[in-house]
Ligand binder design. Structure first.
Ligand code: KG4
Ligand code: ZN
Length: 332
């Protein structure tokens, strides 16, 4: 089965062609193309401006899709279906991809499948690790989401917890801003932290159960930066990052202990972070766990993960209704 995937939920316009075959009862996905255009226009505003994101998607969606088909060496007729992110995200941005996918579906007479963006991030794990069979834990850490869940099967999930306020990547971006770094700031904070030391005691958030919260930590960083006479940006970045990692590991420990699950997939833009990977892998050695980090190009928003999720959903549940609407917030 060959699917076109389309992703426009935030500030990436992405299209991808994925082919899927069953080999010895297992799904084998091959990415034929994976085209992502990041909208740098938001950088000067220090955050994504929804109206600008929608406008940029409108300009980019057709050429990006054409490029994805060209790179995959396939034309529209060769597709078996079209998968598109319908939620959660910026509604105006989602509507561009969703309307385009529905139009393609109607004009080509091909099935259309709406995908929850978070399910896409889960499928980035399946794409990167075909041998990774459920059950396993998944931690999605991105600019818009912080979710911990049990992957019980393909398309079968149990949500454990999510952030009560800022997302993990959002906290990185806000701290980056406090330190005068560009947007999006996660990678800049990571780089700055390399030259710092952990000599500032930021509080590890105390949130019961599997939920997360980053706004208290963000405020602690802000307060420290404003009140300290000679704040050292490298130390702030380093201490902030180590505190975030302590917090994430605390939640992983709780879930892996309680559910006796040893394998944990970590995806979303923040999962690119090398210090997070290093400390998680150290922790894994000490506690007999295994972490699965996708390739960086699969961590950030892309349409290959949407196409792969689309193929699986279509196989199990058939096409989505064309009356499916874009939604800003929806649980998986
Ligand atoms: O998954 P993604 O591309 O988009 C969303 O779905 O939100 O994630 C983007 C987020 C941004 O907040 C960005 O600052 C963060 O991922 N990020 C990082 C790193 N690279 C990107 N955070 C920490 N360390 C990094 N190296
Ligand atoms: Zn995402």
């Amino acid at each position: 089965m060959i699917f076109l995937g389309i992703e426009t939920s935030c500030d990436e316009t992405a299209a991808s062609v994925v082919v899927s075959e069953k080999v010895a009862g297992r799904t084998k996905n091959t990415i034929l193309s994976n085209i992502v255009s990041s909208q740098y226009i938001h950088s000067k505003y220090g955050g994504v401006i929804p109206e600008l994101a929608s406008r940029a998607h409108i300009q980019l969606i057709v050429p990006i899709t054409k490029t994805a088909l060209e790179v995959a060496k396939i034309d529209y007729k060769g597709l078996d279906g079209i998968a598109v992110t319908y939620a959660p995200g910026l509604v105006g941005a989602l509507l561009v991809g969703l309307s385009y996918a529905k139009t393609l579906s109607l004009s080509l007479g091909k099935p259309f499948v709406g995908i929850n963006h978070l399910e896409g991030h889960i499928f980035s794990l399946f794409l990167s690790y075909p041998e990774l069979e459920p059950p396993f834990l998944a931690l999605i850490i991105s600019g818009g989401h912080t979710e911990l869940m049990i992957i019980k099967g393909r398309c079968e999930y149990e949500a454990l917890g999510s952030t009560l306020d800022d997302a993990c990547g959002e906290a990185y971006d806000k701290v980056a801003r406090m330190l005068g770094l560009p947007y999006p700031g996660g990678a800049f904070v990571e780089k700055l932290a390399q030259d710092g030391q952990r000599n500032i005691k930021f509080p590890v958030p105390h949130i019961p159960g599997y939920n997360f919260s980053f706004s208290g930590l963000k405020t602690a960083v802000l307060y420290y930066s404003k009140t300290e006479k000679n704040p050292i940006p490298e130390d702030i970045a380093h201490s902030f990052q180590e505190t975030v990692i302590d917090f994430l590991l605390k939640k992983i420990r709780l879930a892996s202990d309680n559910y006796k699950i040893r394998r944990i997939g970590v995806s979303g833009g923040v999962a690119i972070n090398n210090r997070i990977r290093e400390r998680f892998n150290e922790y894994a050695k000490e506690h007999n766990l295994e972490f699965y980090f996708p390739h960086p190009s699969m961590c950030t928003d892309n349409a290959a993960m949407i196409a792969a999720a689309g193929i699986e959903r279509y196989d199990r549940f058939g096409p989505s209704s064309l009356s499916l609407t874009a939604e800003a917030r929806v649980r998986l």
